[in-house]
Design a binder for this molecule. Structure first.
Ligand SMILES: [Mn+2]
Length: 372
């Protein structure tokens, strides 16, 4: 049995004030493109089930364009006769009970099953049950709903749990209304065949659980998210669980440095062969205050004119070794630390250190979970 798991598609997200030839915000179009790529893969792979773990739309009241796009795509998916199960995330759950949840628009598709009411919902098929915990604004209620996943398990069938949350405090996105899955309820995971998670925007297994995965988002909702790989997960549930990550093609972010002590030489040495239509982050380093006035951002942008967007950052020369630390919000502390040691270690040494760091972080996680 094959299940295609994707998540956090954030349809309707837009950014960067760039309009494409169809008069659509280019970043918004990128998100539609990412979604379409997954749909193309669904047609090719023909999984037995499709699941989406939340944040289908970026907003609780999406734009007409986002809704129209979603309806067109869902019509295609519906016509494939593959059951498609989806849950609401924090971005698609209204904050008050006065507004109607947007996912309701998919109720009338025969092959689409939506869990958007703020309570445990299950969808049972011939040999599989999907236990859904959509986003709930009320944490206390959520707690009582988790138990239901355990109680409603069907021994003779495969059991899949679907949630949109941070497992422990490790996958927080610093967003309004995000929900943390309590550590003392993680025992339920081991009873499930697969736990599909949404909310965290990077692909990965969670902690020491061999069957708990974030599929990650299909695009980046912040330029601080430096991951150049986005995609979906293909889960095979035969005797053993196998989880394969499949990459889609997204607009890359490329990072460059210009050393202002040798400004011209440093610009000359840049390899700009792959910058067309990318997003470039350019860091000017070793700047003095005087130089900073002389160096015009517009001139730097001209060097990168083939790129779709250029972001210039300035890093000043300091007497101490303090560096400016930007943009860590979308990377876990562990990833950030690993990135940091990568900067100045040789590859063999890096491999050794990386394992050490991962070890230390997992011990920390254990200690931390025990005291929670
Ligand atoms: Mn999200």
């Amino acid at each position: 049995m094959k299940i295609l798991h994707f998540s956090d598609t954030h349809l309707g997200f837009n950014d960067l004030d760039i309009i494409n030839e169809e008069n659509i915000n280019q970043r918004e179009a990128d998100f539609y493109d990412a979604f379409s790529q997954v749909v193309e893969q669904i047609k090719e792979i023909k999984p037995d089930f499709i699941i989406h773990t939340g944040d289908l739309f970026h907003r609780t009241s999406p734009s007409n364009r986002a809704i129209t796009f979603a309806l067109e795509q869902f019509k295609i998916i519906n016509s494939l006769n593959i059951p498609f199960i989806l849950i609401a995330g924090n971005h698609s759950t209204p904050r008050t009970n006065l507004s109607s949840p947007i996912l309701k628009i998919f109720e009338n598709f025969e092959n689409i099953y939506v869990a958007y009411e703020q309570k445990y919902t299950s969808f049972e098929f011939k040999d599989i049950v999907f236990h859904c915990l959509p986003h709930m604004n009320d944490d206390t209620k959520a707690l009582s709903q988790i138990e239901l996943c355990d109680e409603e398990m069907v021994e003779s069938k495969k059991n899949i749990m679907m949630m949109h949350c941070s497992v422990g405090a490790w996958y927080l996105m610093q967003e309004f209304g995000e929900w943390v899955y309590p550590t003392d309820k993680e025992y339920i995971f081991s009873k499930m065949d697969y736990v599909a998670l949404g909310h965290w925007h990077g692909f990965g297994a969670v902690g020491k659980h061999p069957n708990v995965y974030y599929s990650g988002s299909t695009e980046r909702t912040s330029l601080n998210d430096k991951r150049n790989s986005k995609g979906f997960v293909l889960v095979s549930l035969e005797d053993n669980l196998s989880v394969a990550y499949k990459e889609i093609k997204i607009r890359p972010i490329l990072e460059f440095q210009i050393d202002c002590e040798n400004l011209e030489a440093s610009i000359e040495a840049l390899d700009l062969s792959n910058i067309k239509d990318t997003i470039c982050e350019v860091k000017l380093t070793n700047l003095t205050t005087i130089q900073s006035i002389d160096i015009n951002t517009a001139d730097i942008k001209k060097v990168f004119e083939l790129a779709m967007h250029v972001n210039v950052k300035r890093e000043f020369k300091t007497s101490s070794d303090t560096k400016t630390i930007d943009d860590i919000e979308s990377i876990s502390l562990e990833d950030y630390f690993i990135e940091h040691i990568k900067e100045d270690s040789k590859s063999e040494e890096f491999d050794r250190l990386k394992i050490k760091v991962q070890e230390l972080f997992s011990t920390y996680e254990e200690v931390y979970s025990d005291t929670e």
